[in-house]
Design a protein around this ligand. Structure first.
Ligand code: TGC
Ligand code: FAD
Length: 407
């Protein structure tokens, strides 16, 4: 073994032993979970402690996407857990999905991105709007992690307003010809397939499955991110790409189709961000008990206690909101504005907690020995993607008043 790998192993072992995470459950929410939910949560938590916590700091420092995690996520059932077992998926409910996202994001938001894009934004549209042949062809491979997928909605000049997209396809008789570009696409540089939203000649939005290797299709990577550094992000460029006709998703057209996928993904983020918040709170609580200043643990000062008490209150409120949303999702009753409220609330709450927890750690809080700065920087993407914080506010505003204020 080289000196370098011995040193790396020693550092990893140190970090693994440092992952002493204990989740807060102040209102005994575990009583609302089934034994299956708790089993799923503990198995994903064990996975995160073993596979993500020991390595995440190094991956992020080096802006390294650990491609091998894709197969491992497949093995633990992190891809498309709510989709039917006949396609190799989990057949689980939405609370299970939420718990899986919460535990993975407790490890790192970028890792949760990898999983939630694959499940909610690639597998879900293929299941929901795809033909039976498309489901059989792609879903088992995506569920197992043999394939990695990405979702192309955002364009360089159309982010919050995807309905203005310019990416388009023409019917050429025996195939479609796809042109345009997508930007800020999670997983794109390594993806085997992309679910791409584009307009037909009548200006109607459709989903198309584009495969790596199709001529004229490229996926340049976006470098220099200060956020989600362990997730790979890139563009999708289509230069006269010939897409077979059988790759069009036949089940639904219009902006509503990608928006339905976003409902599922935003639900996952609402739970995921709580994971990041819990990690920061847990680290702050432990540090406050151990760090001595003025001959006392800093936990004994009222100002520290105020911070911790407010963190726990906000986490508990978000847990309750999410749990109820999970029940509504299971019953098929959850609305887009309800999902917006939960996504918006969880991410803001997590960002505030990351900042407060960082303060409790003093100078140590800016180092990679503790997770807050990484979570904080990740959450700056999470508060922007899947609809920005303000877009979700406007979705709620439109629901309350009946007056959309987007335009
Ligand atoms: P608007 O007029 O409101 O709606 C257009 C049509 O879409 C329908 N629709 C929905 N249908 C089903 N479910 C939903 N949730 C729906 N939302 C809208 C709507 O009924 C209408 O249908 P029709 O038949 O009447 O035409 O559309 P708008 O253009 O005014 O835009 C509204 C707005 C701003 C709320 C929306 O476009 C929006 O949410 N913008 C934010 C964009 C966004 O979230 N992008 C996310 C990109 S993917 C991503 O970020 C992945 S990151 C993943 C990771 O790494 O984890
Ligand atoms: P803009 O839409 O230009 O917004 C800029 C600012 O203007 C924001 O503060 C916004 O709230 C505000 N604003 C815009 N419109 C209004 C309005 N009507 N009223 C008030 N304020 C407004 N997209 C994908 O399709 N697939 C992916 O996998 C994906 N992954 C991503 C990964 C990362 C790391 C990031 C950062 C983004 C990703 N995105 C992805 C794109 C993401 O969804 C967009 O960044 C997001 O929707 C915002 O679009 P924009 O960046 O163009 O910002």
């Amino acid at each position: 073994m080289s000196t370098h790998s011995m040193a790396t192993d020693a550092k990893s072992a140190k970090r693994a032993s440092q992952d002493r995470f204990e989740s807060p459950d102040f209102y005994q929410l575990d009583d609302l979970l089934t034994e299956e939910h708790k089993l799923i949560r503990s198995s994903i938590r064990d996975f995160v402690k073993k596979e993500i916590s020991p390595n995440i700091e190094e991956w992020c420092q080096n802006a390294h996407f650990p491609y091998e995690i894709v197969k491992k996520f497949g093995e633990i059932g992190a891809f498309g857990p709510t989709l039917p077992t006949e396609y190799g998926c989990g057949g689980l409910d939405y609370i299970s999905y939420g718990l899986i996202m919460q535990e993975i994001e407790r490890g790192d938001s970028g890792m949760r991105s990898t999983a939630s894009v694959q499940g909610s934004l690639v597998m879900y549209p293929i299941y929901k709007f795809g033909s039976e042949a498309q489901r059989k062809k792609y879903l088992p491979k995506l569920a197992s992690g043999e394939y990695l997928g990405c979702f192309g909605l955002t364009e360089p000049n159309h982010g919050s307003n995807p309905s203005g997209m310019l990416t388009n396809f023409k019917d050429m008789g025996d195939h479609y010809l796809l042109n345009g570009a997508k930007m800020w696409i999670s997983n794109s540089p390594k993806a085997d397939i992309a679910v791409v939203w584009a307009k037909n000649e009548e200006g109607r939005i459709h989903g198309l499955i584009v495969e790596r290797g199709m001529e004229g299709f490229s996926t340049p990577e976006t470098h220099g991110k200060w956020s989600l550094r362990a997730s790979c992000t890139g563009e999708l460029v289509f230069d006269n790409v010939k897409v077979p006709k059988e790759n069009l998703l036949p089940g639904k057209s219009g902006l509503g189709a990608p928006m339905m996928c976003l409902d599922s993904a935003r639900f996952g983020i609402a739970w995921g961000a709580i994971g990041a918040a819990m990690d920061c709170y847990d680290s702050a609580r432990r540090y406050a008990m151990e760090r001595i200043q003025f001959d006392k643990p800093i936990a004994s000062f009222q100002l520290t206690q105020k911070k911790l008490a407010e963190m726990l209150t906000e986490i508990t409120k978000a847990q309750l909101l999410n749990w109820r949303l999970g029940v509504l999702m299971n019953e098929g009753k959850a609305t887009t504005p309800q999902i917006s409220m939960a996504k918006r609330n969880s991410v803001e709450m997590a960002l505030n907690i990351a900042r407060e927890a960082r303060q409790i750690h003093g100078g140590m809080g800016i180092t990679g020995e503790y997770p807050m700065m990484r979570h904080m920087m990740n959450l700056e993407s999470v508060v922007t993607y899947e609809g920005t914080h303000d877009i979700h506010l406007l979705i709620l505003g439109a629901e309350i008043t009946g007056i959309p204020a987007f335009k």
